[in-house]
Ligand binder design. Structure first.
Ligand code: 26W
Length: 825
């Protein structure tokens, strides 16, 4: 009901048009006669922004007035993508905008495409944070996101001669979705030294003095909920030189250059998102980013709490802080510092408050991704924090000692300080010790952290501290926005979009229509139209023509050895060799396929870049081979990002989620693809396992070794006699013979399997992968059965809404309740 009768929407298309014209002529100071698509995008966004702002202010007032517990989601990454389409759908006036823009001579799709993605994230973790913000607002939870306002998001990827080239992503030249708050600033201290003073009663207080100061300036981004007026806030901090006398003095004394240099050094902190995904590099600037963002956010949260004049012990009744991975772990230390050094609380009282406030989500078990900071670096940058970390560790180890007397082993295993050369602070351990709940992101992953990397902590704290919250995705962006054709079709069967997009379990009603011929036909037409749209996109961006009748087989995600794009491309080469060996008649009978890849490699990840190069080299050879024709096409889509995912995901027949078992914590694109009527080929890993449980194993193509066998297989590679799979040998021979260019370029990928222990078990899973791909071909040939599988799967995907996921966090970890707009002031 809110959607149609909201106070904040436009009264009709006339009002919308008037607003657009007003913004073009006044805000943009242009005439309608030279209003191009860029200007139309700007004016449309501003018109919607005006609408959002009203509800945003109301929501903030309502939350302040109600004075209930709030959630603060701390994430170094928010991979938001575009905002305009989402704002139109959530405000509920996309149709109005469409006809209004058309009157003004524009197509709404063209206007939407003018917007730069807000690409402030690497991959899964950052996109999860964005889905969570959407769910928090849509479910009326009082919640804020806190992050960094990077001037450069994740780099843009260009493919030049088959190689990845990184180009900076300067996305901020026009961003109508942020509001600078020059009055909301926090000065953040770095370096310096600690002085201790003792008062008359003998109480010792630490003072952190000296060092540099950098100013954090708040930029606020409104987050509209769907079918609710609730509009939450995402606060991003930008770094700036701490103004004033210091600079002025330098300036006046003629030291202009060094004053400018100070300015630039300060701005560097929020300049660029680190492009590593699942790899910790331990760079000083990254630690500075983390502390800068955490300290500004906590100052803000504490300032808000203090306005209520409550006693400190009530802090955890008002504040829940979620740590998105270990990146914000310093918040634990910072809150303890605020409480003991600045507010004068006793250590134990302070520590209780801290532990009850924080929760920590782990997103990876890969050892190279677990953050550690050298003691020397922390000491230098944050001298007081290091002392507090040592004290936290001391008290923690003392309590472990009491529970497990004379067990030196466990003490050194769980110590927050790793006694290595140099000594390191283990951030995950600090996060566990400072939180009251820790969660993994899918069942297998949560089991793995309980039994492997955090085993000792389960023994120490008991099993209840470690819980599972399986990831989810927002159906608003990933169905309604990305796939309006399917969303509309589904709406006809489940009682309208406002219902199922707010309660995704209603999808189960679709199962009643699975045998309805008209519905099945409409379903197939939607899929074909989505494939045609992707085929058009491929044509304009790559020049290659792909047949939309072919099976679209998609793997789009960050390039990483554990995600095994190499297994996929080796499989493609195998298929190509088989096709080459056939007669033209035989080839005609082969079901045609388009293998689509996309994803970025971290700039310093040599092997990942080699994988990209091989995919592009195979693409060039296969697509230009006259023997092959439509039987096989290989496409690499440049610069995979959120807005491209919105075109690719709805167009897939099959998507690949083929990580080595036990390595992918959850995966979230697997959920997006199935929700959009595609099937999965995948390993028993991450959320694939729960997807199988929900949709039924007859509707998914699982293959490969199980997580429980991975250790033994690896051991066998090193110590047994390990032979490469014969099919894979054929593939390597083809690469060796120069079919795809110089062997030298791909030697690393081959040696990783043959000579370096095949850590990711590519060879062990190769045969099973090929067999399962054959099964896919056979299943796809039976289109009727295939469509049944797709519809049935979609009907059973309700569990994977991020709404379900957020409700679980709220109940199990945060203890917060929604604040209904009806309880208005
Ligand atoms: C310190 C470097 C670094 C940077 C990013 C380490 C780790 C990360 C992230 C935690 C990596 C990441 O995005 N993990 C993904 O999180 C998703 C959301 O939970 C999961 O679905 C993916 O399986 C997991 O890889």
């Amino acid at each position: 009901a809110w959607l149609k009768n909201q106070a904040s929407g436009f009264k009709g298309k006339d009002e919308f048009e008037k607003e657009v014209v007003r913004h073009v002529e006044t805000t943009l100071a242009r005439s309608m006669f030279n209003c191009d698509e860029t200007a139309a995008y700007a004016a449309t966004s501003l018109a919607f922004r005006d609408r959002l702002v009203i509800e945003w202010n109301r929501t903030q007032q309502r939350q302040t007035f109600a004075d209930t517990k709030r959630v603060y989601y701390l994430s170094l990454e928010f991979l938001m993508g575009r905002a305009l389409d989402n704002a139109m759908l959530n405000v509920g006036d996309k149709e109005v905008a469409k006809s209004g823009l058309s009157d003004l001579g524009f197509r709404i799709e063209d206007i939407i495409q003018q917007e730069n993605d807000a690409a402030l994230g690497n991959g899964g973790l950052g996109r999860l944070a964005a889905c969570f913000l959407d769910s928090l607002a849509s479910l009326d939870y009082p919640a804020w996101g806190y992050g960094l306002r990077y001037r450069y998001g994740i780099f843009k990827q260009e493919i030049i001669d088959g190689y990845q080239v990184e180009v900076p992503d300067y996305w901020l030249d026009f961003n109508p979705w942020e509001f600078p708050r020059h009055d909301v600033t926090v000065d953040i201290q770095f370096y310096g030294y600690v002085k201790k003073t003792t008062d008359d009663s003998g109480k010792v207080t630490a003072h952190w003095e000296g060092g540099d100061t950098v100013r954090a300036v708040a930029y606020d981004v409104p987050i509209p909920g769907y079918a609710t007026p609730a509009t939450n806030n995402l606060r991003l901090w930008s770094s700036q030189a701490a103004s004033g006398e210091f600079d002025f003095q330098k300036f006046n004394s003629g030291d202009y250059e060094s004053s400018v240099a100070d300015q630039q050094r300060a701005e560097t902190i929020s300049a660029v998102l680190y492009p590593n995904d699942n790899l910790d590099r331990g760079k000083e600037l990254r630690l500075k980013q983390q502390y800068f963002w955490v300290a500004a956010s906590l100052y803000d949260i504490v300032r808000r709490f203090k306005k209520s004049k409550r006693p400190w012990r009530e802090f955890p009744d008002q504040v829940a802080i979620q740590l998105n991975d270990t990146h914000p772990t310093l918040a634990i230390v910072e809150l303890q510092r605020i409480l003991i050094d600045l507010e004068g609380l006793d250590w134990d009282d302070a520590w209780n408050i801290v532990q009850q406030t924080f929760c920590y989500t782990n997103h990876t078990v890969l050892p190279e991704a677990l953050e550690k900071w050298s003691v020397g670096l922390v000491q230098h940058l944050l001298p007081r924090h290091l002392q507090i970390i040592y004290d936290i560790n001391l008290f923690f180890l003392q309590s472990v000692e009491r529970s497990f007397p004379k067990n030196r082993e466990i003490l050194s295993r769980v110590s927050i300080i790793e006694e290595s050369q140099p000594k390191m602070v283990r951030m995950a351990y600090l996060a566990i010790v400072g939180s009251h709940k820790v969660n993994g992101v899918a069942e297998l992953h949560s089991d793995l952290i309980r039994t492997t990397i955090f085993k000792d902590f389960v023994t120490i704290f008991g099993p209840d501290k470690f819980v599972n919250v399986t990831n989810g995705i927002t159906p608003r962006r990933w169905l309604h926005q990305a796939n309006p054709g399917l969303s509309d079709l589904i709406a006809t069967k489940v009682g309208g979009p406002e219902l199922f997009l707010k309660d995704l379990t209603l999808l189960n009603k679709l199962e009643l229509s699975v045998n309805d011929p008209a519905f099945r036909k409409a379903w197939a037409e939607v899929k074909l139209a989505n494939k045609q749209r992707l085929a058009d996109y491929i044509k304009t961006t790559t020049g290659y023509t792909v047949n939309p009748i072919a099976l679209f087989d998609v793997q789009v995600k960050r390039i990483h050895e554990y995600k095994r794009q190499q297994l996929n491309i080796f499989g493609v080469i195998y298929r190509y060799l088989k096709l080459k060996a056939m007669t033209p008649e035989e080839r005609k009978k082969v079901p045609p396929r388009v293998s689509i890849f996309g994803g970025k490699a971290a700039p310093g990840y040599w092997m990942a870049k080699q994988i990209i190069h091989l995919i592009n080299s195979v693409s060039k050879v296969v697509n230009n081979d006259p023997d092959i024709g439509d039987a096989l096409k290989v496409i690499f889509i440049e610069d995979y990002n959120v807005s491209k995912a919105e075109i690719i995901v709805p167009a897939s027949d099959l998507s690949e989620h083929i990580s080595t078992a036990g390595t992918e914590a959850s995966g979230t694109s697997n959920m997006k693809f199935v929700l959009n009527g595609g099937l999965i080929i995948g390993t028993c890993d991450g959320a694939n396992i729960e997807i199988t449980r929900e949709i039924g194993e007859e509707n998914i193509f699982l293959f490969g070794n199980l997580a429980e066998d991975v250790d033994d297989l690896r051991h066998n590679h090193t110590y047994g006699d390990h032979k490469t799979d014969p099919g894979l040998d054929q593939v390597f021979d083809a690469i060796h013979s120069g079919t795809f260019g110089s062997v030298h370029d791909f030697q690393g990928m081959i040696s990783a399997v043959r000579d370096h222990g095949d850590y990711y078990l590519v060879s062990d899973d190769f045969h099973s992968y090929l067999e399962t791909q054959d099964l896919v071909d056979k299943s796809y040939a039976d289109q009727e059965l295939w469509i049944t599988k797709c519809i049935t799967s979609v009907s059973r995907m309700g569990f994977f809404s991020s709404d379900r996921c957020i409700n679980e966090y709220a109940e199990m970890m945060w203890n917060v309740e929604p604040l209904q707009p009806e309880t208005n002031i």
